[in-house]
Ligand binder design. Structure first.
Ligand code: FAD
Length: 451
C-alpha cells in the first residue's frame, strides 16, 4: 500500500517536472552546457550577429515572426514592379544553417520577463541566458487612426505587394470609369514623406508612368496621372547634404513629380487628402512614408524612450537596467553619445555595426576581457531617383547623376543577402534597363482597401 502510494506520488512529481520543463522550453530547444543566446529578429542586426557569434561559445536561437530576412531598401522596387519579392527576401533557416548548429524558430515574441530570463512567444516559452532584441521598427502614424486605416505603408514585403496590386487595380478601374472625378482620384498618387523611401518611390512611379503605363494604357490619358510628394520640412532627404537635396528636387521636378515642401497633411479619409495649406487632393492611392516607430518587445517599458519606442542602451548595447539583455538597430537608442544626442540614425549600417560590436563584446565578456563602447562610423548616404539619376554623399564628397547611380546599384547589389538573390536582382535590373519594362505587373492577390 505504502509503495503503491509512493509510486503514485513519484509519477505525479515526474509529470509536474516534465510540465515545468516544457513550460520553460516549449520551443523544443534541447538543453545545452553552453549559455543560451536568443536573438529576436532576423533583420540586418540579427543576421549580422548570427554571422559574428560562434556556436562554440553559445547555443544560438534565432526567433522571427517571418521565416525570411527582408532587404528593406529595395521594397519600393517590389511595390513598383521592378523586382520580384523573392529577390529581396532570404529564408532565415537557410541563412542560419550556414553558421553551424544554430536553431531557428518561427514565432512572434509577445513578452519578455527579464527577472525570470524568460521569453513568451506565440509558439511557447523559452528561457535564455542572454537575449538580443533586434526587432526593428514599423510605420509611425503619430496616433492618427484615419491615416493608419486608409494610407498604405511600405515596411515589409506583404505591404509592398499590396501597394503593387493597388496601383495596378486603380489604373484598371480608371480606364473603365466614366466618372471624371473618380478617374482623377484613381490616378492621383500621393506619397507623404520626402525621405529616401518617399523620394525613391516617387521617382519609380514617375518612370512607370513615362516608360510603361503610357504604352500599356494607351487609351487612358496618362497626363492625368499625377505623382505628388509631400514633405513637411523645407528639404527633401533631410539627412543628406544641401546639394544632394537640391539635386533630388531638380530630378523629381524634371520627371514630372509635384514636390510640395513645407507642406503637412492634416488628414485623409480614404478619398481626399486634407493639406494644412493648399487645396485638398482627391486620391485613392496615398502612401505613408513619413516616419517610423520602434517595435520593442513588451516587458522592457522601464527602458523605453517616448515617443520613439526605442530602448535606451548603454554604449555596450545593454538595455538600461536589464542585465543580459541587449538591443540593436532600429529598436535601440544608445545613450550619451555626444555626436548623436538623439540616437544614431535608424539605418542598416547602424544595425550592422552594433551587431558586429556586440558579438565581440559577448566574447570579451566570456573571457573576462574589457568591453568596447559603440562608435558609429558614418559611411555616407545615398538615394536613387530614377535611371542614371542618384545622389551620393560620402566622406565629404557629393556625386550625382550616372556615376552616383552606378555606386548606388553596386552598393545595394552587394548588400543583398544570398548569391542567388544578387544574381536575380542583377538580371532583373539588366533586363529592365534595356527593355524599359519589367513585366512584373501581376495582380495575383487583389488588395482590398479599408473603406
Ligand atoms: C522602405 C525602406 C527603405 C529603407 N532604405 C534604407 C536605405 O536605403 N539604406 C539604409 O541604410 N537603411 C534603409 N532603411 C532602414 C533599414 O532597413 C533599417 O534601418 C534596418 O532594417 C534596421 O535593421 P534591424 O535589424 O534593426 O531591423 P529590421 O531589419 O527591421 O528587422 C527586424 C526583424 O524583427 C522581426 N520582428 C519584429 N518584431 C518581432 C517579434 N515581436 N517577434 C519576432 N520577430 C519580430 C521582423 O520580422 C524583422 O525580421 C529602409 C527601411 C525601409 C522600411
Amino acid at each position: 500500500m505504502f509503495y503503491a502510494s509512493l509510486k503514485h506520488h513519484c509519477k505525479k512529481i515526474v509529470l509536474l517536472l516534465k510540465l515545468l520543463m516544457t513550460q520553460k522550453n516549449s520551443l523544443n530547444i534541447p538543453d545545452s552546457a553552453l549559455p543560451r543566446l536568443v536573438i529576436i529578429g532576423g533583420g540586418f542586426a540579427g543576421i549580422t550577429l548570427v554571422k559574428e557569434v560562434s556556436d562554440r561559445d553559445f547555443q544560438i536561437v534565432v526567433i522571427d515572426r517571418n521565416n525570411y530576412h527582408t532587404f528593406q531598401p529595395l521594397l519600393y522596387q517590389v511595390a513598383t514592379g521592378g523586382l520580384e519579392p523573392d529577390s529581396i527576401a532570404y529564408p532565415l533557416r537557410k541563412y542560419v544553417k550556414r553558421f553551424g548548429k544554430l536553431f531557428f524558430r518561427l514565432a512572434d515574441v509577445e513578452k519578455i520577463d527579464p527577472e525570470q530570463k524568460m521569453l513568451y512567444t506565440s509558439e511557447g516559452n523559452l528561457s535564455y541566458d542572454y537575449v538580443v532584441i533586434a526587432t526593428g521598427a514599423r510605420t509611425n502614424f503619430f496616433g492618427n487612426s484615419q491615416l493608419e486605416k486608409y494610407t498604405m505603408g511600405m515596411k515589409n514585403v506583404p505591404e509592398a505587394l499590396n501597394l503593387r496590386s493597388l496601383i495596378l487595380q486603380n489604373l484598371e478601374k480608371a480606364i473603365v470609369t466614366k466618372n471624371l472625378l473618380e478617374r482623377q482620384a484613381l490616378m492621383n498618387f500621393v506619397i507623404v514623406g520626402g525621405g529616401p523611401t518617399g523620394v525613391e518611390l516617387a521617382g519609380a512611379l514617375a518612370e512607370l508612368k513615362r516608360f510603361v503605363f503610357r504604352e500599356e494604357y494607351h487609351d487612358l490619358k496618362m497626363e492625368d496621372m499625377q505623382v505628388f510628394l509631400i514633405e513637411g520640412s523645407p528639404k527633401l532627404l533631410g539627412n543628406m547634404s544641401e546639394k544632394a537635396s537640391r539635386k533630388t528636387l531638380a530630378f523629381l521636378t524634371e520627371m514630372g513629380v509635384k514636390v510640395m515642401l513645407n507642406c503637412r497633411i492634416n488628414d485623409y479619409n480614404g478619398a481626399k487628402v486634407e493639406l494644412e495649406n493648399g487645396d485638398p487632393i482627391p486620391s485613392d492611392n496615398v502612401v505613408w512614408a513619413a516616419g517610423i516607430k520602434a517595435v520593442p518587445v513588451p516587458g522592457l517599458e522601464a527602458a523605453m524612450h517616448q515617443p520613439s519606442g526605442r530602448l535606451f542602451t548603454d554604449a555596450f548595447n545593454q538595455v538600461k537596467g536589464f542585465d543580459s539583455c541587449y538591443a540593436l538597430g532600429d529598436v535601440a537608442l544608445v545613450e550619451n553619445d555626444p555626436d548623436y544626442p538623439q540616437g544614431h540614425p535608424q539605418v542598416a549600417p547602424t544595425a550592422i555595426q552594433q551587431a558586429e560590436l556586440l558579438a565581440q563584446n559577448l566574447r570579451n565578456l566570456q573571457q573576462n576581457k574589457p568591453l568596447k563602447p559603440f562608435k558609429y562610423r558614418d559611411k555616407g548616404s545615398m538615394a536613387t531617383i530614377g535611371r542614371k539619376k542618384a545622389v551620393v554623399d560620402v566622406a565629404g564628397f557629393y556625386f550625382s547623376g550616372t556615376f552616383a547611380w552606378l555606386i548606388w546599384l553596386f552598393v545595394h547589389l552587394m548588400s543583398i543577402v544570398g548569391f542567388k538573390n544578387r544574381l536575380a536582382t542583377l538580371l532583373q535590373w539588366f533586363t529592365n534597363y534595356f527593355s524599359f519594362n519589367s513585366a512584373l505587373r501581376l495582380i495575383i492577390r487583389p488588395y482590398k482597401r479599408n473603406l
